[in-house]
Design a protein around this ligand. Structure first.
Ligand code: ATP
Length: 299
């Protein structure tokens, strides 16, 4: 009986594990807003990454043809530089991130990575070149080690630990009785929003992508966490083309270019100091934010 029972219970275990993994993947795609309609062209080639320059060339897009969201957006992130997108809620900031990751295809214009149209390259190769820290990081019901390493399953313990240190989450992990074997997620340790984002940053560091996409969490973080995230952000963006979708202006002050989006168009662009001097939309957004909360210094 034991002989008969064991394999069955083993398969039961495997079945539950697979089912859980599928549920996790589905949830992740749901949260990322994955559109399954975008498909590779039959002749799609792998993306050839050469520095990670990103170009949006007169990009037009609407989720619904009757309601355009982006009405001709052009900007370039030179290899290794940082561009931040700011604007009122609903202006289309996160839409820009979704188009770069090719969850949707643009209706007009083009998005190029190192000169290659994202529609012409294999999706898997495009996504492998982009490290994303989303607004809400999904954690798997597994160990913290698995959660950091899953972007690169072959990563060794030392690499995982190095990434966790850079993301300033190693000490927190070591303070837990089971260390890197601590279970997180719904059935395990619950991490705060800032801690989850640091796990996502560690994942990204491990993946070592040429392009880094940071979709800042909308929720307000306390000053200490905000400062830590900013420090992490600087480390991750070092030497990578970085796109920051910003909800709080404190994260964008260091960017090489800030783009102000309003009603689907770029209404202002430049560096922080230039935009303040222009005394336009950005300057008034900055003034409003200063009133609400004391600024977090850029360094
Ligand atoms: P926020 O600062 O509030 O996150 P945002 O500037 O990032 O806003 P987007 O998320 O890009 O804004 O959304 C732009 C517009 O597109 C919004 O009006 C939104 O309602 C709409 N929108 C976003 N996602 C979808 C979708 N999947 N289907 C239809 N409309 C959508």
């Amino acid at each position: 009986l034991l002989q008969l029972y064991s394999p069955l219970s083993f398969f039961g275990f495997i079945y539950r594990e697979i089912k859980q993994a599928m549920v996790d993947m589905e949830r992740m795609f749901e949260l990322l807003g994955q559109d399954r309609e975008v498909a590779d062209r039959p002749d799609a080639r792998p993306l050839r990454v050469a520095g990670g320059q990103v170009e949006f060339r007169d990009v037009r897009f609407g989720y619904d043809a009757r309601r355009p969201i982006l009405k001709g957006v052009s900007f370039t992130i030179p290899a290794g530089k940082t561009v931040a997108v700011v604007g009122t809620s609903g202006a289309g900031k996160s839409t820009i991130a979704r188009l770069l990751f090719r969850f949707y295809d643009a209706d007009g214009g083009a998005i190029l990575v190192d000169g290659q149209d994202v529609r012409d390259v294999a999706q898997a190769s495009l996504r492998a070149a982009i490290g994303v820290v989303p607004q809400d990081t999904v954690l798997f019901n597994d160990t913290i080690r698995y959660n950091i390493g899953y972007g690169r399953p072959e990563a060794g313990d030392e690499e995982i630990e190095a990434a966790a240190r850079l993301a300033h989450i190693h000490d927190l992990i070591m303070a837990m009785p089971d260390g890197y074997r601590t279970l997180v997620g719904e059935r395990g340790l619950k991490l705060s929003g800032g801690e989850k984002q640091r796990v996502a940053i560690a994942r990204t560091l491990l993946k070592n992508p040429a392009i880094f996409l940071f979709d800042e969490a909308t929720s307000a973080l306390d000053t200490h966490t905000e400062r830590e995230i900013q420090a992490n952000l600087r480390e991750v963006s070092q030497g990578r083309s970085t796109l920051i979708i910003a909800h709080r202006l404190s994260t964008v002050a260091d960017a090489d270019e800030i783009i102000v989006l309003a009603e689907g168009r770029i209404v202002e662009r430049g560096r922080h100091a230039d935009l303040l001097a222009q005394d336009g939309v950005y300057a008034s957004m900055w003034a409003r934010q200063q009133e609400r909360a004391p600024a977090v210094p850029a360094d």
